[in-house]
Design a protein around this ligand. Structure first.
Ligand code: ADE
Length: 225
């Protein structure tokens, strides 16, 4: 998978890709991340990427021309399955959307700033608009990092144990069950005995029941789907 990220703040976005699972995925050649600084696609000395809103109103708007130049340049080099715009008014990211995107070959992610982008960018170039939650961030970069993390870990081969993504919270619209590791007892607080029984069908059933109960208590909305 190849991800091209268009941003005015590439430095804000780099560190999540320099550690742990994302770094390993990149080093293993399972994903390529390319950053594009929108200011490199400006033509004036000040490298202007935003301007005042037509019709008045507070806040700057990202202009169409540098974004057009950048996206068109990328699209002239290869086909893209999606051009995603990170915005608080997009569809809210969830595990199902992450699964869909993880199956794509090439995607572009455009990070918004200020008030957002000129509507014509959205109309002409964007195929999908994604929010990471009902709150407003200073820019789309942190949202893009969240999206990339959620997507990249689902690419086959990225997680060492192929089954571990399948048992994540949300993967079957259920939250994950409780998990334990050593020591077996700590300050008198014990791990459920059943987990030492060696009865794996029974353990599996227990985990399913726990996942269901936890989901019912914390996120009953997930059970409605
Ligand atoms: N940009 C600003 N707020 C955002 C959000 N909640 N999700 C994605 N991109 C954003």
């Amino acid at each position: 998978m190849r991800i091209d990220i268009i941003t005015v703040l590439p430095e804000l976005l780099k560190s999540p890709f320099e550690a742990s699972i994302l770094k390993r995925a990149i080093d293993a050649g399972l994903v390529e991340i390319h950053f594009h600084n929108l200011r490199d696609y400006t033509t004036d000395n000040h490298k202007t990427i935003d301007d005042y809103q037509f019709g008045g109103g507070a806040g700057m708007v990202m202009m169409i021309e540098p974004i057009d130049k950048c996206i068109s340049d990328l699209q002239s080099q290869r086909d893209y399955d999606e051009v995603i715009y990170m915005t608080p008014d997009g569809e809210t990211l969830n595990q199902s959307i992450s699964n869909q995107i993880s199956l794509k070959e090439n995607i572009i992610i455009l990070c918004g700033h200020y008030k957002g982008v000129d509507q014509r960018v959205r109309d002409q170039f964007i195929t999908r608009e994604i929010s990471i939650g009902d709150y407003v961030l200073s820019g789309g970069e942190l949202g893009a990092a969240v999206l990339c993390d959620a997507v990249i870990r689902l690419i086959p081969g990225v997680l060492g144990d192929e089954t571990s993504a399948l048992t994540d919270s949300f993967q079957d619209n259920l939250l994950a069950p409780p998990i334990y590791t050593r020591p077996r007892e700590y300050k008198g607080w014990k791990v459920p005995e059943l987990l030492f029984s060696g009865n794996f069908p029974k353990i599996e059933k227990w985990r399913e029941d726990q996942a269901y109960e936890r989901t019912k208590a914390r996120r009953p909305d997930l059970l409605d789907d």
